[in-house]
Design a protein around this ligand. Structure first.
Ligand code: COA
Length: 586
């Protein structure tokens, strides 16, 4: 059969945790990116260190990618469980590469291309059973034309810390896998797209990108307690922050972590913590303290399935209520959410800038899908970022830490500043910082703390509107039949869905808020006025953003929620929009 290049190929590798599934996915991703392809990955693995189903999906394309795609073109099954888990998705035209002889004998569905590769047998025969994954990767490199030189380089780089024997053993298994595949008759039509040109990119996960963004923003102090799926942020920061003279502490729990962050901020340092839902729940008391004492800090919440311990390694967007309202009293804060790896860098810088300017906690919401997804991004140049410092007291006159100002922002004095001594307390206080419980004072201070936040919407690009001018038959030239509102990593899925819908002639627009609190109400209203119907897909049960939109604007978007631990696919959005547009037209 003649080979056809598929410009957008999705390979899914499935196996048991401990079999090196994640390594194969990482290696293919790195090799494709180095060769100049766009990559977007998704992985999911069990909460256990060994055993359970682990999966890594690599999407590689010659075009720009925004998400992990609908489903795979190629499945590489290391064992029977991985094959059975993915069997429902083996439709005519897909290809499966599987371990044979292995722990299963597949009954290949009609129209599916199949390649048995003796992965386990070969690796054992080479006295290197761990290299089963390298045999599989070698075979796939031949079958689907994955850039081979780049793969060899990645094997050598990644196993360098384990010594030359491990590198050579794995390279040998890889070459053996290539020989096995070369001897097969290739029946499927697909090979990976040919890159346009090599580019200067770095492949990063969402977690690492947040760590990098924090360093660009001038992070001085980081404290956190390890929690999936946020731990990788701390690991990244731990590698780089001490080299720059900063401090990182692995705290005894999340309460201690945020307490240390608030303390560091009082000491004049740019401070951050990262956690996931259960940790954010624990932090809510100290978060209120940061609001009350007007201390800048950044809190990253990498959302996972909840409540409680929930689904620690699975994707969900269900902490929005907690992020916006989690604290007692009227505790104003800023909430941002990231869409992509690039956003993880850029919006982390924005989060620090807002925290420092508005002297309050800024919560940055990421999610389980983005945390572990990797994407190629141009390596950021720190010089291209604006970094904001807090407004400091100029030493003139009598210092009043919480002086009432027109915009509600009062100059801060670092400890040790002559004349700048003050108390930062969780108690309500007067302008000097001394406890004061009078009703007049409490109202004035609450008003000050909320007045500050009025300016936030003007200091960020709060939303992005995804609209394409189209000549059409609608009453108004810009009126879309459907407007889709999305937040977090769901945005990337919606972007692609709208591209596909437009290609079929649908009149659709997207609205992507990055500032979720305070809600950019005017922007929502303007967008709502430009669409006949609104759809709001999000990965949680209650439709949390839809709830806020209904509460704070005149809009009534239809809530489209899923909560199965996995993100939306573009196809899901495409189908839902088509269904609704058909209803409008009927
Ligand atoms: N030769 C030598 N070493 C190899 C190899 C090969 N051919 N292939 C893989 N390895 C190594 C990897 O380098 C990795 O080593 P490291 O842990 O020192 O980096 C190790 O074997 C595991 O391989 P990897 O490909 O990274 O993962 P996997 O697909 O086997 O899956 C996980 C293992 C990731 C699922 C599991 O270890 C894990 O961490 N689970 C998550 C636990 C968690 O977060 N729980 C949450 C609790 S709330």
């Amino acid at each position: 059969m003649q080979r056809t290049t598929k410009n957008d190929l999705i390979i899914r590798i499935g196996g048991e945790g401990g079999e090196g599934v994640i390594s194969v996915g990482d290696f293919i991703t790195q090799a494709c990116a180095r060769a100049g392809l766009d990559v977007y990955t998704f992985k999911t693995f069990p909460a256990e260190i060994k055993g359970g189903y682990a999966m890594y999906q690599v999407r590689a394309s010659t075009e720009q990618l925004y998400n992990q795609g609908d489903t795979f073109d190629v499945l590489c099954a290391f064992n029977g469980e991985a094959y059975n888990m993915n069997l429902p998705r083996l439709r005519p035209g897909t290809t499966v590469v599987y371990d044979s002889p292995g722990d299963f004998t597949p009954d290949i569905p009609y129209g599916v291309y199949a390649y048995p590769i003796p992965m386990t047998h070969t690796a054992k025969g080479m006295n290197n059973p761990r290299a089963k994954n390298m045999v599989a990767m070698g075979a796939m490199s031949v079958l689907f034309n994955i850039p081979v030189e780049a793969l060899r380089e990645v094997i050598a780089t990644k196993f360098a810390r384990r010594g030359e024997d491990v590198i050579q053993g794995n390279l040998a298994a890889f070459e053996r896998g290539r020989e096995l595949a070369a001897a097969l008759d290739k029946t499927d039509p697909w090979t990976i797209g040919t890159p346009k040109a090599k580019r200067d990119v770095v492949v990063m996960s969402g977690n690492n990108a947040i760590g990098l963004g924090a360093l660009i923003a001038g992070l001085d102090f980081f404290a956190a307690y390890p929690i999936t799926p946020a731990t990788e942020i701390a690991i990244y920061v731990a590698k780089h922050l001490p080299k720059r003279g900063g401090t990182l502490i692995q705290a005894e729990d999340e309460i201690a972590a945020i307490s240390q962050v608030v303390g560091a901020s009082y000491a004049g340092k740019k401070a951050m913590t990262s956690t996931s839902g259960p940790g954010l729940s624990l932090m809510s008391e100290m978060l209120g303290m940061a609001v009350m004492s007007e201390l800048p800090c950044v809190i990253v919440d990498v959302q996972r399935g909840g409540p409680s311990t929930g689904l620690p390694t699975k994707h969900e967007q269900s902490d929005l209520f907690l992020a916006v309202h989690g604290s007692h009293g009227d505790a104003g804060r800023i909430v941002l959410s990231v869409e992509s790896i690039r956003d993880c860098i850029n919006l982390t810088v924005v989060a620090f800038n807002l925290a420092e300017k508005y002297q309050c906690p800024v919560l940055l919401l990421s999610d389980g899908s983005l945390a572990f997804s990797t994407q190629n991004v141009p390596y950021p140049n720190p010089d291209n970022y604006t970094v904001v410092e807090r407004k400091r007291w100029n030493g003139e006159g009598e210092y009043r830490r919480y002086a009432q100002t027109e915009d509600g922002i009062s100059p801060m004095a670092d400890p040790g500043t002559p004349g700048g001594m003050h108390i930062a307390t969780g108690l309500e206080h007067n302008e000097a910082g001394l406890p004061s419980y009078t009703s007049v004072n409490h109202e004035a201070m609450l008003s000050k703390r909320f007045r500050k936040l009025n300016g936030v919407v003007n200091d960020v690009d709060p939303v992005e509107v995804d609209a394409v001018e189209s000549a059409g038959t609608a009453q108004r030239a810009d009126l879309a039949d459907m407007g889709v509102i999305a937040w977090g990593s769901t945005i990337g899925v919606v972007r692609e869905a709208l591209q596909r819908l437009r290609a079929e002639g649908y009149r659709v627009k997207g609205f992507y808020p990055k500032l979720l609190h305070p809600l950019p109400v005017q922007q929502f209203e303007a967008f709502g006025a430009s669409c006949r119907r609104l759809l709001l897909p999000e990965v949680n049960f209650q439709g949390q953003l839809a709830h806020f939109v209904r509460a704070e604007t005149s809009l009534r978007p239809e809530s489209y929620t899923i909560c199965g631990g996995m993100p939306f696919t573009p196809e899901m959005i495409v189908s839902k929009v088509k269904e609704r547009v058909r209803e409008i037209m009927a």
